[in-house]
Design a protein around this ligand. Structure first.
Ligand code: NAP
Length: 332
């Protein structure tokens, strides 16, 4: 565990040389993403943040931006509204960012919803849970890689379940389309493995970009109440009366989670670039200290999940990569 004091100290060391001068937050309108933006802004740094969220959140986002500007007038926050569950909209948003920026230091992605209400399909034929937590995130990476490469410290942070990969994913039905295959937990197992496997492939191709897949632990963001749950179902009341209160007691506060996610986004512990640290460099999934993919838990520890990943590399990585590329292809 990286002590919280070490995390806070590191975050206060953000300076021009290791600062994310340009950052894109997808899912920064609530929860861990929103709190991580606040932590970044509260350090007083001069930075430009692209805040991306659905149009229905525009009013909330504008209030959020006004508060951020009050806290730190030197920060610039650009609100880009779009349905990131649609890959065509991801392309439109990325084209806009590309037209304005020449480099990107941080791409931070935390969108998601827990699907207790069965598989659904967007107008593009993809399940929204899979899209928000995987396909759309991989599309953002693909579109923005040229900008990330152009940064001296390009970093991608995806928040889902890094280190929790399981060996028994269904490689022949990655999106769980077969009758009876789809389930809330099952979808998360698939998504977590696909995120890690595809990001590891990106990391192998991109020596100058660091990739981080975090598991935030249980964080009291209220995301249990925004799950896709049938109203008045048993799960609805379980979320409201059991899971929510339990997470409040045992979970990390959104502030601590955000401090730790800002650390994961900026510390040289992961990949050797960023805010210098006295700690021994964390190991990426290939056992090195340089750029690569880091699986980071809620306490900022990196793990290799070696046994499971070794198996998944043999059985699932190529399939997950090809499947993801096929899904993205019409929207590139
Ligand atoms: N919190 C936890 O305890 C926990 C534990 C393990 C894993 N995770 C994962 O970590 C990630 C972040 O969690 P969180 O607690 O910060 O989640 P959150 O508070 O629910 O925030 C999720 C973000 O996703 C956006 N979003 C949800 N549905 C959307 C849709 N249909 N289209 C576009 N955007 C949508 C939300 O936008 P709006 O602001 O517009 O609603 C919000 O910005 C999620 O993937 C979650 O599954 C969380």
């Amino acid at each position: 565990m990286v002590a919280l004091d070490v995390v806070k100290h590191s975050n206060l060391q953000l300076k021009a040389a290791n600062l994310p001068k340009v950052a894109v937050f997808v899912g920064g309108t609530s929860g861990i993403g929103q709190h991580t933006i606040s932590e970044l802004v509260e350090t007083g740094v001069e930075t430009r943040i692209y805040l991306i969220g659905r149009p229905s959140s525009s009013e909330r986002a504008n209030k959020q931006i006004a508060t951020l500007k009050q806290i730190n007038p030197s920060v610039e926050v650009v609100w880009l509204a779009g349905e990131v569950s649609l890959l065509a909209d991801v392309k439109r948003i990325c084209t806009e960012i590309q037209s304005k920026e020449t480099t990107l230091d941080l791409l931070f992605m935390s969108t998601g919803v827990l699907p207790f209400n069965g598989r659904k399909e967007t107008s593009e034929g993809l399940d929204p849970t899979f899209t928000l937590q995987h396909f759309s995130r991989m599309a953002f990476i693909t579109h923005l890689l040229p900008l990330l490469r152009a940064s001296t410290n390009g970093r991608v942070v995806s928040i889902k379940g890094g280190g929790l990969e399981k060996a028994d994913i269904d490689v022949d039905d990655l999106e769980l389309k077969k009758p009876g295959a789809y389930g809330a937990i099952r979808s998360q197992i698939q998504v977590i493995a696909m995120n890690t496997l595809v990001m590891e492939k990106f990391a192998e191709q991109e020596q100058d970009v660091t990739f981080v897949h975090t598991f935030p632990g249980q964080v009291n963001t209220g995301n249990n109440m925004t799950s896709d749950v049938a109203p008045n179902s048993l799960m609805h009341w379980a979320m409201r009366l059991v899971v929510g209160p339990l997470v409040k007691i045992i979970g990390l506060s959104p502030k601590e989670s955000a401090q730790r996610h800002l650390f994961a986004s900026t510390s040289a512990l992961y990949g050797g670039r960023g805010v210098p640290t006295d700690l021994p460099g964390a190991m990426n999934t290939r056992g090195g200290n340089g750029p690569g993919l880091f699986l980071v838990n809620q306490y900022c520890d990196a793990s290799m999940n070696e046994k499971v990943l070794g198996h998944l590399r043999e059985t699932a990585q190529e399939k997950a990569w090809v499947y993801t590329q096929e899904a993205l292809r019409p929207f590139l």
